[in-house]
Design a binder for this molecule. Sequence first.
Ligand SMILES: Nc1ncnc2c1ncn2[C@@H]1O[C@H](COP(=O)(O)OP(=O)(O)OP(=O)(O)O)[C@@H](O)[C@H]1O
Ligand SMILES: Nc1ccn([C@@H]2O[C@H](COP(=O)(O)O)[C@@H](O)[C@H]2O)c(=O)n1
Length: 665
Amino acid sequence: MLTTAFVDLPPLQTAGGTITLPGSKSISNRVLLLAALCQGTTTLHDVLDSDDTRVMLAALTTLGCRIAQTGNTVVIEGLGGQPAQKQAHLFMGNAGTAIRPLTAALALMGGSFELSGVPRMHERPIGDLVDALRQLGCQIDYTGKDGYPPLHIGQPQLKLDAPIKVRGDVSSQFLTALLMALPLVAKQAIVIEVVGELISRPYIEITLNLLARFGIQIQREGWQRFTVPAGCQYQTPGTLYVEADASSASYFIAAGAIAKSTTGTKSIKILGLGADSIQGDIRFIEAAQAMGAKVSSGPNWLEVSQGQWPLKAIDLDCNHIPDAAMTLAVMALYAQGTTTLRNIASWRVKETDRIAAMACELRKFGATVVEGADFIQVTPPASPADWKTGSIHTYDDHRIAMCFSLAAFNPAQWPVRIEDPKCVAKTFPDYFEALFSVVQTAPEHIPVICVDGPTASGKGTLAAQLASQLGYHLLDSGALYRITALAAAQAGLALNASGEDAIANMAARLNIAFKNDQVWLDGAEVTEQIRLEATGMQASQVSALSKVRTALVALQHSFRRLPGLVADGRDMGTVIFPDAPLKVFLTASAEQRAQRRYKQLISKGNPTTLDSLRADLEARDARDMSRSASPLKPAQDALLMDNSNLSIEESVNQVLTWWQDKQPF
Ligand SMILES: Nc1ncnc2c1ncn2[C@@H]1O[C@H](COP(=O)(O)OP(=O)(O)OP(=O)(O)O)[C@@H](O)[C@H]1O
Ligand SMILES: Nc1ccn([C@@H]2O[C@H](COP(=O)(O)O)[C@@H](O)[C@H]2O)c(=O)n1
């Protein structure tokens, strides 16, 4: 998961490949609770691992449920209708799919429970559910603002004979919560009457479908009246597979519709759900098709590619796909004409006021946006030249971060900045990694920051911190020369011109792997070995051989992957990435560098002397600068930085400032 302050998406060009999506949040949280409420053991496969599901799992554990988790498989021993702990404080984060059904279940079972969440959760209404539960004799008090969490739940005095009325026009989750919890107390049939027009009906269909899997057959008359049958009891299905998340699929369906296919692939293939999914947001496919997408489907897969282009503007009632409809608002940027998305009032009470947020962020691209109480209207920029770009504020809303990543396909080829990308953890922690695996762009669009300089100037330290703060890949090119030298020495080759052909051959076929902070050569870990000063010296010898340098070029280029690269070495800016938008040539006095390397080696327990170190590094620098093949020197357009008197943090901040100065946002 990207945990950086922002991620800059380079302009994207094509899409193609196969992606397996994480499990559905709506299904995961429902089945976790149902498995906890019933008697017996339930094994749930492909459960989503995200902030919201962790909130649910933590709450169930606090209530005394025994849960074992291995990867995405969760085994739950049900509580059999009564929490083992009758008193608890449960933190619900910002998970609406956790707080609402848990409120209903706990209020009916009784005890003493505090339910709270993040500040935004305390702004999301729950009054309609509380009102419904109070009709049943549940004891629920608001401990903050009336109508909103946090809540205190006490012991109920249940009265179940009269039909319960619940509003259905603010959030369907209130009805879901009642439907999931009422079987706990249904000694007699219990009737729920929906007041107002029920919104987001597909989510109720998921609830009914999953309840049936757990042995509860709800009777329904239209969408206004639901009956929980007398004497019904949850029964574990034993094993259940969670479908991939249909709302998450919307971003990849949209990418397939917007982007040209990558050469050699026909489309984006999405694994984990098919068009027959039980999730309402699967109907996003129809909307995407109406805009021009070509979609085919089979058991547990979807395939999407560009159809009509530019996309067609649509005018759509989106009540049935409230979450995925946000993706349509970004697709509208690529449509001819004005797209209107209607009946989306529920957006205003989600993770943020999504209508206002979408309008504000879409305008950053030059779109004309009209927003109303329950609609949004998007007219794209008139021509590629009218496109602008921006830094997308994400409001701690995962869907805003994900859907605006699609703006990186803009025809003006602007990069797009997404702030706080880790907010996707709510439903799709590895969203950006997944996106980068199925979208492509020309190498020249992928930014590279080069950090070159002499030995022990701090290149590696600086490059690693830049990469970590920008979410970029890292190329430690020195390590490649060190590994080559080690492999050549192990093979008994002469590290000079007489061994050049053999070493170059070997370099072109190196079997190396970088795993976290470890370096592996031919299946053996060589992390420490390649860091020895002696290996550095040998690296300097082999690196003077031009055929060896040529043999390592393709490998170095292969590190240039989305979303960007920081490359450290001696010739990154001059030879390997001459088109890099930022080149830094880092120096420090020989005395400082020797001191730093001395401290570094002593702290690792490697005995050495300052004088010998200084002599070695000066000899290495002299060879690196004087060789004919790619000598160490600043690129003409490099920015020079002497960090003799700068801390690591100051050096990093200086380069980040230079980088930011080059950005359009
Ligand atoms: N600005 C700085 N101030 C103080 N110490 C620094 C600074 N930059 C790096 N260092 C320290 O100097 C040592 C050498 O840094 P580093 O290994 O990053 O250098 P390098 O240029 O990558 O070396 P090499 O050329 O051997 O790959 C490390 O212990 C690092 O923590
Ligand atoms: N791009 C590069 C990187 C390194 N070298 C040579 O390898 C030696 C070891 O590099 P470190 O950065 O790990 O110290 C270095 O002294 C250079 O001779 C190179 O030539 N080109």
